[in-house]
Design a protein around this ligand. Structure first.
Ligand code: GLN
Ligand code: ZN
Length: 753
């Protein structure tokens, strides 16, 4: 009959005990044996929880000390070259050294896992031949079996996705790299088979990205080879995050089951199923519970989908599943004692999602039983209550949306030049200054009610005043207030706008031990009152130099939150933009006429399939323009983005029509200036001339080099000089020393023009 299957579970634990164990170990507070013991305990608890939820197939081996891609690389002996010459006392030291770097060894690159906010460690090949050094899934399978009696389903990353996620080989070598994985994967699978494993889940999320037919054919040949090696092991090929690109080829692969995402990939996969059906001899993993978002599953909709799917697939071949690993949602609602009941009742975190799996199985198999009817009714009530909550009521007054500035940049620019009379290559910063321990302590006291609002505000003002003086002394041309009142650039605005809620414990792993707690956008987003005016105006009152206003853009607020799923994302982006333009106007009225609207997360919202980029970029750009267009021509709009792969979205960046765009140029060594040249970029470009992510103080010479390189391809009038991001994570001394050099470098280059 119908089974339930889970694809992966959050590692961090209900109280982030995983994070604490890791950090204690890194700090030297835990001996390796104790650390390993604690980790084992956590791992078993996570499995036990899943066992208790009654899910039929429990994933094994998705647990990790840091990242599952790194686990896979090391299992195959792929150690980055620079780590091969050094002797490490044990495997654990090597593992964390690759993940986190050491004094003289740069860590491996870390990058985003598809379109999620999880970051993985990029495997480095450089001519190495993979071979199976240790069979990690096997060890963990045996552990779960002996300790808990769980007949688990080992989870591994498939060879195609693993090769795609790696670096250190040329494009032309892809087929060779992929084929070199066949032998070690075959051995891994054979050993699992010998140990009695029934099903293995092989994750191939890269099959949903824009791949070529030639690549698909490679996948087919690789799986045929694996099939030949292990004819009697059941292979379950799992895809997620979107619909698969070559449906007919994918369902024809010589595997025993195929998992499809019916949440993010709903429309595409359903269409495939309707037009091409599904092989009757394979299991279909029906991913109908959203593994990326926190809302309850709509049981009615799920029942409709199931009703349709069972026309093509026999019941005994259907597995009910989350759409992807639950790694991307928080652990449990248990501790959320402060959420409004209507909202809380419409949420499901990982633990609750497993309960949903059990519910759906029961509902589908005994639709008329009392319990099923009750469950459906409760689900319907909960979702209806949220839908009808006053926070979602549509307001009769739709704001007029201005998406175009009154005058073109060519007309705005002389107004700006005349107003501020800035030197050529004006210097500025990206917004935040160091958040020192005393500041964080003051904020904590204020949040706990131990100091008054007044006292807190005074403390913030003191910081602003100190840094206005410092910036003047450093000789910066355009100043900022420093964002001392903000812990997080999204949370700060979320707390002041209507439509957001915050969890107490809704943590999700972002990378390594770092977790984030995204806000929940559950209602209509509305402006309530000015959010940034007080601090900005205060800062401006202390100086003759211009002070830039500082806001987080609509797309970034959207992409870094859990978002309601009853409206298209673009609609929510527009709502945020409607609220932000009100703030922009308040700033303008208060005399702040340079305003920066940051969009560091614009790029990461790009869909996995290239053919969908255009429509995403179109609404993302529109949202930014709604937030920034209805201003005086003499007002100067800045934006900031901190990533180096601009080339492919540069035309969208141009469409933002910001007067100044500040970008990262230090890590890419100024390379991307060439892209701007090619695009004939004609608006202001803020050159991020040094990397703020490192405590290292850059030399004047290296910054001069970046500036000169830029000046060699585009006119000097376009450029501004700034660090490549905000300075809040730096120490005060580091920030000051680096800015001093930056200003000097700018002055030197100026003198040569
Ligand atoms: N204005 C923000 C800051 O300086 C920008 C941060 C970011 O781009 N991530 O902190
Ligand atoms: Zn940045």
């Amino acid at each position: 009959m119908v089974k339930t299957s889970n694809l992966g579970y959050p590692r961090i634990g209900e109280h982030r005990e995983w994070k604490k164990a890791l950090e204690n170990f890194w700090n030297g507070q835990l001996a390796p044996e104790t650390f390993l013991q604690q980790m084992k305990q956590i791992r078993l608890e996570l499995l036990q929880k899943q066992q208790q939820s009654g899910v039929d197939l429990i994933p094994i081996g998705d647990f990790s000390f840091y990242d599952h891609v790194l686990d896979t690389a090391l299992m195959f002996g792929l150690v980055p070259q620079r780590f091969q010459t050094k002797r490490f006392p044990d495997d654990l030291s090597l593992y964390f050294a690759i993940a986190r770097g050491e004094q003289d060894l740069v860590a491996s690159e870390m990058t985003k896992w598809y379109n999620t906010n999880y970051h993985y460690i990029v495997p480095e090949w450089h001519g190495q031949v993979p071979n199976l050094l240790n069979n990690r899934p096997l060890q963990l399978y045996l552990e779960a079996k002996t300790e808990l009696g769980i007949e688990g389903k080992p989870v591994i990353i498939g060879p195609f996705s693993f090769a795609k996620l790696s670096k250190g080989y040329a494009k032309e070598q892809f087929a060779e790299v992929l084929h070199s994985l066949v032998a070690p994967y075959a051995q891994l699978l054979r050993e699992l088979r010998e140990a009695g494993v029934r099903w293995v889940q092989i994750d191939e999320p890269s099959l949903v990205t824009s791949i070529t037919k030639a690549e698909m054919d490679l996948v087919s040949s690789v799986y045929q080879q694996l099939r030949n090696e292990v004819p009697d092991l059941s292979l379950f090929l799992q895809t997620y995050f979107a619909a698969v690109s070559f449906y007919e080829d994918v369902v024809a692969l010589p595997v025993d089951g195929i998992g499809l995402d019916f949440v993010a990939g709903y429309a595409g996969n359903l269409e495939h199923l309707r037009t091409c059906s599904f092989p009757r001899d394979k299991v279909l993993g029906l991913g109908l519970i959203d593994g990326r978002n926190i809302w309850k599953t709509d049981y009615q909709q799920a029942a409709e989908l199931f009703g349709e799917v069972k026309q093509w697939v026999p019941l005994e071949n259907i597995w009910l599943q989350p759409s992807c690993s639950l790694l991307h949602v928080p652990v449990s609602l248990k501790q959320e004692t402060e959420l409004a009941p209507t909202l809380k009742n419409a949420l499901a975190f990982a633990e609750e999602k497993l309960q949903e799996l059990a519910d759906l199985k029961e509902i589908f198999l005994q639709p008329e039983s009392d319990r099923s009817l009750q469950k459906r009714e409760a689900n319907k009530q909960a979702l209806q209550a949220l839908a009808q909550s006053p926070e979602r009521a549509v307001s009769p007054h739709q704001p007029a949306r201005v998406t175009k500035r009154a005058a073109a940049f060519a007309q705005r620019q002389p107004l700006h030049a005349a107003k501020w009379q800035l030197p050529i290559l004006p210097t500025t910063t990206i917004g935040s200054f160091p958040q020192t321990a005393d500041l964080r302590q003051t904020r904590r006291l204020w949040r706990q009610g131990q100091i008054t609002e007044q006292e807190y505000e005074t403390a913030i003002r003191e910081k602003i005043a100190k840094w206005i003086k410092l910036q003047e002394r450093l000789g910066l041309d355009v100043l900022v207030h420093g964002e001392f009142e903000r812990t997080d650039m999204v949370e700060f605005f979320g707390e002041k706008l209507q439509g957001f809620a915050f969890t107490r414990n809704g943590w999700v792993q972002s990378y390594g031990s770092r977790c984030v707690k995204p806000p929940i956008i559950f209602g209509n987003v509305r402006f309530v009152e000015p959010m940034t005016v007080k601090e900005t105006v205060y800062a401006q009152s202390l100086t003759e130099k211009p002070v830039k206003g500082m806001l987080t853009g609509p797309v970034t607020i959207l992409n870094w939150s859990f978002v309601r799923n009853d409206l298209p994302r673009q609609e929510i982006a527009y709502q945020i933009a409607d609220a932000l333009i009100e703030e922009v106007r308040c700033l303008e009225q208060a005399g702040i006429e340079m305003i920066q609207v940051d969009e560091p997360a614009l790029r990461e919202g790009l869909p996995l399939k290239r053919e969908e980029w255009h429509s995403y970029l179109q609404w993302a750009v529109t949202a930014f323009r709604i937030a920034t267009s209805d201003v005086a021509n003499s007002t100067q709009i800045h934006t900031h983005m901190c990533y180096s792969e601009f080339g492919d979205i540069l035309s969208a960046i141009r469409e933002l029509d910001a007067d100044v765009v500040s970008i990262e140029t230090s890590r890419s060594h100024g390379e991307l200036i060439a892209d701007f040249e090619q695009e004939q970029f004609d608006k202001g470009i803020g050159l991020g001339v040094y990397d703020i992510h490192s405590p290292r103080i850059p030399s004047e010479a290296e910054m001069e080099k970046i500036l000169e390189r830029a000046l060699s391809v585009l006119p000097a009038q376009l450029f501004w000089v700034n660090p490549d991001c905000g300075l809040k994570t730096r120490k005060e001394e580091e920030a000051i020393a680096a800015l001093e050099k930056m200003v000097r470098a700018a002055k030197k280059v100026r003198a040569k023009i």
